[in-house]
Ligand binder design. Structure first.
Ligand SMILES: [Zn+2]
Length: 396
């Protein structure tokens, strides 16, 4: 789809850039190393590689003479390259050369042995590769001052307790348990479990027993710029023997028809795609943009759902072998990864009993939280450098 779109539509320059940002594809042109700095003094030395975007890299050390070597993948040096040097008490000189067709090698000649530690860049310097040089290995492990941790990114999770108000959802046969109550209780417990991490902010699409329209639930998530939308439900089935939790993401069919719906609704277009209005763009281009945004979200939805599905298997039975896909309306945000958890079958007497049990609800909430944590831990957000994840140390 991406390629054919580029071939058939003459895209304005800024839109090509926008397309790349949206789908997070690799750039056609190599990254640029814009500067190298040596900061600090002999006690506390930092090397800073300034890049115009995040790159993959490897590094290693050589002795006699002491050298620290960085290989930057798919990177080049621009013509007006600035090589700024500071602390020469540790770093003798800095050199660079093209190592292969697309790899740039940067060599720091050291006067004395140092132990490098690549720091995770802050969002303020998203594309800097910062290397702290330690006098000895232990220092880097024992001295937190030497390695100030960056402020972690805040993730926003929108929890959506299914049903509410005049819509009770499924009703249990034995105890008359209402799905709308169970979903709100589990969502609250999940909110608490997620709050174990300081960098996770949780919002609820409904706080009490009120009816909230499905579209309104999506709108609330978007208003808070949610990174993940999790809808909580409890199934019912005519066969009361059926039991187990399941996790859903949007089906392709639902996604494509929904894309058309979004496009048809001019009112929604302004707040789609991070504030980029599609109004004045050609219809076909708008649909390409929306498709890309949606398929990126769907990929992340699947990944998040997988993590949650696996975590749920630690609590009890799951229904089905894998994450399932369906065209639920609440999953139809084109830009927010979304999943729907059926926590169990309220139509099954045993499960109805479990779902109303506070300790089971807590167990369930903790498992879902673990799944969400592991999804976040394995996901590099679009607005954050993937340098630390991409880099690999190959000896020190
Ligand atoms: Zn439901």
């Amino acid at each position: 789809l991406i390629n054919s779109a580029f071939n058939t539509i003459a895209l304005p320059h800024y839109l090509v850039v926008l397309l790349c940002l949206l789908c997070q594809t690799t750039f056609a042109t190599p990254a640029e190393l814009q500067g190298v700095q040596v900061q600090g003094n002999a006690e506390n030395t930092r090397l800073v590689l300034e890049l115009d975007r995040q790159v993959k890299y490897t590094y290693f050390q050589l002795a006699n003479p002491q050298r620290l070597v960085f290989d930057l993948a798919d990177t080049r040096v621009p013509e007006q390259f600035q090589l700024v040097q500071g602390a020469t008490s540790v770093v003798h000189s800095v050199r660079y050369a093209r190592r292969s067709e697309d790899t740039l090698r940067v060599v720091f000649d050291l006067k004395t042995r140092r132990y490098p530690e690549v720091l995770v860049p802050t969002t303020a310097q998203p594309h800097q590769l910062i290397i702290q040089l330690h006098k000895n290995k232990e220092l880097s492990l024992n001295n937190p001052q030497a390695n100030p941790l960056p402020t972690p990114r805040t993730w926003v999770v929108a929890l959506d307790p299914g049903h509410g108000g005049q819509d009770p959802g499924a009703i249990g046969k034995v105890h008359g348990t209402l799905e709308k109550q169970v979903t709100l209780q589990i969502a609250r417990r999940l909110q608490q479990a997620l709050s174990a991490r300081q960098n996770i902010k949780v919002i609820l699409t409904r706080q009490n027993d009120t009816y909230v329209k499905l579209r309104q639930r999506i709108a609330t998530a978007r208003q808070h710029q949610a990174d993940l939308f999790v809808s909580i439900h409890a199934d019912a089935f005519h066969d009361h023997r059926v039991q187990g939790a399941s996790v859903f993401v949007l089906s392709d069919k639902g996604a494509s028809s929904e894309a058309a719906r979004w496009l048809a609704n001019k009112e929604n277009q302004a707040d789609l795609l991070g504030g980029v209005s599609l109004e004045d763009k050609e219809d076909i281009l708008a649909s390409v943009l929306l498709d890309m945004s949606q398929s990126a979200a769907l990929g992340n939805s699947l990944s998040a759902a997988d993590h949650v599905f696996q975590a749920l298997q630690t609590v009890g039975r799951v229904h089905g072998k894998r994450v399932q896909q369906a065209a639920f309306i609440v999953l139809k945000s084109p830009d927010i990864p979304s999943l729907l958890i059926e926590t169990g079958f309220i139509s099954n007497p045993t499960e109805e009993q479990r779902l109303r049990d506070p300790s089971y609800q807590t167990k369930l909430a903790h498992a879902i939280a673990q799944g969400i944590f592991s999804y976040f831990d394995n996901t590099a957000p679009a607005d954050e450098p993937a340098v630390s994840q991409a880099g690999q140390s190959s000896g020190s």
